[in-house]
Design a protein around this ligand. Structure first.
Ligand code: NAI
Length: 783
């Protein structure tokens, strides 16, 4: 647990709790015993604390921290840190691997810190809805100042060794043998006074400006937090670092208790464990087929067909994971464009050697030897079937054939081949090299081996794979349908597009439905509706009632906008010059790049970027999706020509576009809608409850096997606010199933022709019988 050895006058304590050296109560007790022994031994004059194996302690053991043992664990951690801080013999921490959370806090309590160049430090507690509760919020600002501490703690970002050295968090970077160097360093500081080495005894460098700093950052944090309480609570704790140390620690402890007992922390912890649990998949139709029983095929080379937006992003993902890729495209210009995007991304990520793994071609026969193909051509069933027919002939018989369709029937695509058992859906999200979700869809004939192969592929390329069944839109896009419809019906009744967006963004989404479609391109949905014969390229189909399709309520407003050429960003119509916006950014927006963790100021980026397209290209490299979405949102509000909104120069606020508003007004009059005032609460409830209600249908039909699968899809693919745990968790734990049912009953009584507001039979049943979503489906422990 904590191995004790001595090297002359230096005692070395090596934490040994594989694999991550996490702190359990037992490990901490062993550490205290070791410290006491070193203190007692007159021959020992200094102490080194290190981690054995791959890393320095990577924080508290989550099973203990998030369970009933949380309070004793935290108090043990605080006790160890106090022991270390007040020790009369110098304590040197030797850091390698990842010193996270409690591990980093222990290092901060020590008198000296050495690190290898590859070491990473961070206080990521905010991602679990908590704060660094063992002195992190008190010691970090005493080294880096309140401003940087707020930035580091509220983002939970990684601090690389070199950056830590610059910030004063590390005293020395060690190139050679860390332990040997640490022992000799410890020997060199023996007998030196320790008072100025105790961080707890220092004053915060920018203490006199604390209120000013907090005030200046509050707005940004509020915006980024999108309703999460942990970041702001972290700020409150950091604010207390200007008090005497003991008082600050007491304040930190109080705030930690507040967070640990909050529903948001529970929700974020659920998210953390759900991300792991989705990997333990089981086939919704046959529980005997699961992650344990099904064996994946080894995939070393992948063909990607179609080098558009998705094909290029998918190729980057695969190359980054070290796979060989053959990228095929029929349009030479498009292929060249994709190559440039891929090259630029890989160059930025200093991975140019990975380019050698890429073959680009316009010749299908080049796919004859790949282990798998991912098709990403236009969303058109006829075309996809033709492509699969061709692939079936050209590729080797054992190759898996996957489609990146956003919602077409996998069985129909599979039927175009003689190997339907090898056909599967792999639904990536845009930008495919950034977004972490991979929705994997099995068809009627997809084999267990094929399912296991694509689930394994998700892990190989660093994505979160979720297995779902085949239906129009699968899980994610299917649930989005009612949400979008309800947003449109709200326009008919009197709400403006930006009111809907605002209400949804206040709930915590990075973008409301209208800004989202402005960004993605309004023609995507339009093309889908044309393909489904709900509309045509020239207007509604002949002899069709304007507001109904196949007996269901239909809002033709988006079709009308598309007919006017308002397709969103891609049409370029009315695009403001980027130049205009350069000076309009009043706040700095930072983009962190994965390569070296460095931070770029968007304002500077804009100044060096010639076109919006290039800038978006740069954004593809950002590794933080929330930040990416946020940045894109900010950009959109500056530059984008839009379906529904207008954006004045110098403002980020989406303004109503008089042309669109007039059009909606005329539409209301033409169809006899009476404008009424609608509250934000009603907007959120109608949009989100109809989405969640669809989630119950999805579960009922076995399209998703567990509520957590749906939650993970929405969290990692659709920007659902993390602190609420995902749609199904939120409705069960926060809203309550009974309240959802009553609200849906009220709304469906008011709008009997909005079929998606009719409560799902599963929901009714669960409320009647007192069932729980968490108990649905299988979990790992039962397999
Ligand atoms: P895109 O229009 O950017 O690219 C499609 C590419 O396929 C074009 O470059 C086209 O030249 C090429 N292509 C057409 N026929 C071909 C053929 N027979 N052989 C080889 N290449 C061919 O489309 P995008 O956005 O990349 O979408 C591709 C697929 O991914 C669609 O099924 C779409 O529904 C799906 N998807 C799109 C998302 C998005 O946000 N754009 C998100 C998730 C899925």
């Amino acid at each position: 647990m904590a191995e004790y050895s001595t090297y002359g006058s230096v005692a070395v304590l090596q934490v040994n709790n594989p694999p991550l050296n996490t702190f359990t109560r037992h490990v901490l007790q062993a550490l205290v015993s070791g410290l006491e022994r070193a203190q007692r031994d007159p021959a020992v004059r200094s102490i080194v604390i290190a981690g054995k194996g791959p890393t320095f302690p990577a924080g508290a053991d989550l099973e203990e921290l998030l369970g009933t043992a949380a309070a004793p664990l935290l108090s043990n951690l605080r006790m160890v840190d106090k022991h270390v801080d007040t020790c009369q013999k110098p304590i040197v921490c030797a850091i390698h691997g990842t010193a996270l959370g409690g591990g980093f806090e222990l290092a901060l309590a020590s008198h000296y810190r050495l690190a290898v160049p590859s070491a990473t430090l961070s206080l990521p507690e905010v991602h679990l809805g908590m704060l660094p509760g063992a002195g992190g919020t008190q010691r970090l600002p005493r080294v880096v100042g309140v401003k940087s501490a707020i930035q580091l703690i509220t983002s939970g970002q990684d601090i690389k060794a070199q950056q830590a050295l610059t910030l004063g968090l590390v005293d020395k970077i060690v190139q050679g043998d860390l332990l040997k160097e640490a022992v000799s360093f410890a020997r060199s500081v023996e007998g030196r006074p320790l008072e100025d080495r105790r961080i707890s005894q220092r004053t915060v460098p920018d203490a006199d400006k604390v209120d000013e700093v907090v005030e200046a950052t509050r707005k940004t944090i509020l915006r980024k937090a999108r309703g999460a309480i942990a970041p702001l609570t972290c700020v409150q704790a950091i604010q207390a670092s200007v008090l005497p140390f003991a008082a600050g620690m007491a304040r930190e402890a109080d705030l930690m208790t507040y967070l640990m007992t909050s529903w948001q922390a529970a929700a974020q912890q659920y998210v953390f464990f759900s991300e792991r649990e989705v990997r333990q998949w089981s086939h919704p139709r046959d529980k005997h087929i699961n992650f344990r029983t099904a064996k994946p095929t080894v995939i070393k080379s992948v063909g990607v067909v179609g080098a558009g937006t998705m094909g290029a992003g998918i190729t980057i993902s695969l190359l980054q994971a070290g796979l060989k890729v053959v990228l095929l495209e029929v349009n030479k210009k498009q292929l060249d464009k994709a190559i440039a995007v891929i090259q630029k991304t890989l160059r930025q990520k200093s991975a140019s050697q990975k380019m050698s793994q890429l073959t680009t071609t316009m010749d299908y026969s080049q796919l004859s030897d790949v282990d798998m193909v991912i098709e990403a051509v236009f969303e058109n069933l006829r075309l996809k079937k033709e492509v699969f027919r061709k692939l079936d002939v050209i590729t080797k018989p054992q190759a898996v054939l996957a489609s990146n369709t956003s919602g077409l029937d996998i069985d129909k695509i599979a039927a175009a081949t003689k190997r339907p058992d090898k056909v599967v859906g792999t639904h990536f999200f845009s930008p495919a090299n950034v977004m972490r979700l991979l929705e994997n869809i099995y068809g009627k004939k997809t084999s267990a081996e094929t399912v296991a192969t694509v689930m394994q592929l998700a892990t190989t390329i660093g994505k979160v794979g979720v297995l779902v069944g085949n239906c129009a839109g699968f899980v994610g896009n299917r649930m989005l349908g009612p949400y979008r419809s309800e947003a449109l019906f709200l326009l008919e009744e009197g709400v403006d597009p930006q009111d809907v967006d605002r209400a949804i963004e206040e709930f915590g989404f990075p973008m409301g439905p209208f800004r989202m479609t402005d960004l993605a391109g309004n023609d995507i949905g339009w093309r889908r509706r044309i393909e489904a014969r709900l509309t045509t390229e020239h207007g509604p189909p002949p002899d069709t009632p304007a507001l109904y399709r196949r007996g269901d309520r239909y809002c033709p407003l988006p079709d009308m906008l598309c007919l006017q050429g308002r397709l969103g960003q891609k049409t370029g119509a009315g695009c403001m010059m980027l130049q205009e916006a350069k000076d309009d950014l009043t706040e700095n927006i930072y983009i962190r790049f994965r390569t070296d963790g460095s931070v770029f100021d968007l304002r500077r980026l804009l100044a060096h970027t010639k076109t919006l397209e290039e800038l978006i290209l740069d954004l593809l490299f950002a590794d933080d999706c929330a930040l990416l979405a946020h940045t894109e949102a900010a950009l959109m509000s500056h530059h984008a020509p839009s379906m529904c909104n207008r954006y004045d120069p110098g403002s980020r606020t989406a303004l109503p576009d008089p042309v669109v508003l007039q059009m909606i007004q005329d539409y209301r009059q033409e169809h006899g809608f009476k404008k009424r005032t609608i509250s934000s609460q009603e907007i959120v409830e109608r949009c989100l409850y109809s989405l969640i209600n669809e989630g119950f249908h999805v579960l009922d039909e076995g399209i998703a096997s567990r509520a957590l699968d749906i939650d993970v899809i929405y969290l990692f693919g659709y920007g659902w606010p993390r602190h609420t745990g995902g749609p199904m968790y939120y409705v069960e734990r926060v809203i309550g199933l009974e309240k959802l049912l009553r609200s849906l009953e009220t709304y469906s009584a008011r709008y009997p022709n909005h079929s998606h507001l009719q409560p799902s039979p599963l929901l009714r049943d669960m409320v009647a019988k007192g069932g729980s979503l968490a108990a649905l489906g299988t979990t790992d422990s039962k397999l």
